[in-house]
Design a protein around this ligand. Structure first.
Ligand SMILES: Nc1ncnc2c1ncn2[C@@H]1O[C@H](COP(=O)(O)OP(=O)(O)OP(=O)(O)O)[C@@H](O)[C@H]1O
Ligand SMILES: [Mg+2]
Length: 459
């Protein structure tokens, strides 16, 4: 049987006799020792090799009494290796230094002159704790990677997204119905796909329906299906989305825009798990997990009598709120780089990144269209950039930074599209209301939405 490897200890002190004494003592206890004599030497050694513990003096020649040099070094050490146990050596009786060192990340301290037995015990304990910590750290990372394999790309490293990710990891594998809220383009659909992909329904379909955009007349037959002859146009049987999603997940997008009568039939199916195709009396059971999304405040709709509270309670067993991009700017560089790499590859462009001014502009831009707007800007920049790095001009963001585009600079077509978008957003995407405001019939508005490629609830 092979011996377990000897724990590797780094000792730092600017006094050679101290280093020698410690080397002899710890070598005799089965440790492998390396020594350095300066703070810079510590960092260099840590970057070079893996250690199981660092035993370091706090005082060095620059200033031999305050311990500042050693204390200042601690954050750097944790930067290089956050799991490395650090034991500091302090002058006899200087408890304050020891306390401050512990506060700065040291795990334990020994006083000089040291007691051999105590020092050995301290080093051994810290080595064992450190190894255990590293093992669990590694496992955690491996687990995370395993769980994330095959999941849709979800870039989120900002503090604002931390609770979101935690919630997603917790509820993803469950059967809980989830309501995802957030402004346009914040990634609600990404979250829905991610939740489905890490559930045990992952090998069954995720069926996506923009329920807010279905017309009242076809809502039920789209969702529940119909039988031949159920109405004039029903020439054949048709399977609805609920049946398609059986044993899988149904993603109901723009849920807040469903008119109240249709909300009632949704509620019935969700509560009972039973439904009938339109025109049929046969009851069918469906086993469907519902993820829904909205970019409007549902509570406001409830207050206005436009959304059923009982339906909300069926949908939001868990609610995941996505913060707008302007509240998680730390994610911008990562997202931008990710999109640039993807689009550069797609277009076969040799673009290497963003220059400093372009990155600053990306960080400063308000991003009313959130991640989607960022992705579009990067895609455009990718096409505009001629070799090398994306510059400020390639981004084409400047002139659009403040306020709305100017009507007088638009073509008639652009102006029409713009006014329709405005009316929809004022009406919280309620097509009837927006049509009223524009002086159009509902169907005339629908035709224009189609012509301009606008989806209710989308940019
Ligand atoms: N965290 C993320 N990591 C990587 N890509 C993202 C992320 N969030 C969003 N995206 C990308 O941004 C775009 C918009 O995301 P998505 O369609 O999920 O937004 P949404 O909230 O559903 O928007 P809308 O309300 O307009 O429907 C997509 O191309 C998506 O892939
Ligand atoms: Mg969406």
């Amino acid at each position: 049987m092979s011996e377990p490897p000897q724990p590797h200890i780094l000792i730092a002190d600017d006094q050679q006799d101290v280093l020698e004494a410690l080397r002899l003592l710890l070598k005799g206890e089965g440790f492998r020792i390396e020594t350095v004599t300066s703070p810079a030497g510590i960092i260099a050694a840590l970057e070079e090799n893996d250690f199981d513990a660092l035993l370091m003096d706090l005082n060095y020649t620059r200033d031999t009494t305050s311990g500042r040099e050693g204390l200042d070094l601690l954050p750097q050490v944790t930067d290089v290796d956050g799991t490395l146990p650090v034991i500091v050596m302090t002058a006899w009786g200087s408890v304050d230094g020891a306390v401050e060192a512990m506060r700065n990340g040291a795990r334990d301290y020994v006083e000089k002159p040291w007691d051999n037995a105590r020092l050995i015990a301290t080093v051994r304990t810290q080595v064992e704790l450190g190894q255990a910590l590293r093992r669990s750290h590694r496992l955690e990372v491996e687990n995370r990677m395993l769980r994330r394999e095959g999941l849709p790309e979800m870039i989120a490293e900002s503090r604002a997204m931390e609770p979101v990710l935690n919630l997603m990891e917790r509820v993803g594998p469950s059967d809980a119905n989830v309501l995802v809220t957030g402004e346009h383009g914040t990634g609600k659909e990404v979250v829905a796909r991610w939740l489905h992909a890490c559930s045990n329904r992952a090998d069954r379909p995720l069926v996506t329906v923009n329920v807010g955009g279905l017309s009242e007349g076809t809502f039920e037959s789209e969702l529940f299906g119909h039988v031949k002859g159920a109405f004039t146009d029903a020439k054949t049987d048709r399977v609805g989305y609920f049946e398609l999603a059986d044993k899988g997940t149904l993603f109901l997008d723009e849920i807040a825009n469903v008119p109240t009568p249709q909300q009632a039939s949704l509620l019935r199916v969700i509560e009972s798990g039973e439904m009938q195709r339109v025109g049929s009396s046969r009851t069918r059971r469906v086993d469907v997990r519902i993820i829904s999304a909205t970019n409007v405040e549902v509570q406001k709709k409830i207050d206005e009598g436009l959304f059923r509270e009982d339906l909300l309670y069926r949908l939001n067993t868990v609610e995941i709120g996505l913060p707008p991009l302007r509240d998680r700017r730390e994610d911008i560089p990562l997202l931008a780089t990710h999109f640039l790499r993807r689009h550069a590859e797609h277009y076969g462009q040799a673009v290497e990144g963003f220059d400093a001014a372009a990155m600053r502009l990306l960080l400063d831009h308000p991003w009313p269209g959130n991640v989607r707007e960022l992705e579009h800007a990067v895609e455009r920049a990718c096409l505009m950039t001629v070799g090398g790095k994306v510059g400020v001009d390639d981004l084409g963001l400047r002139e659009r930074r403040s306020g709305s585009p100017r009507l007088e600079q638009m073509s008639l077509e652009e102006a029409e599209k713009y006014l329709i978008q405005k009316a929809l957003s004022r009406a919280d995407n309620n097509v009837s209301q927006a049509a009223d405001a524009l002086g159009l019939s509902r169907s005339a508005l629908y035709r224009r939405l189609q012509r301009f490629g606008l989806h209710v609830g989308e940019e």
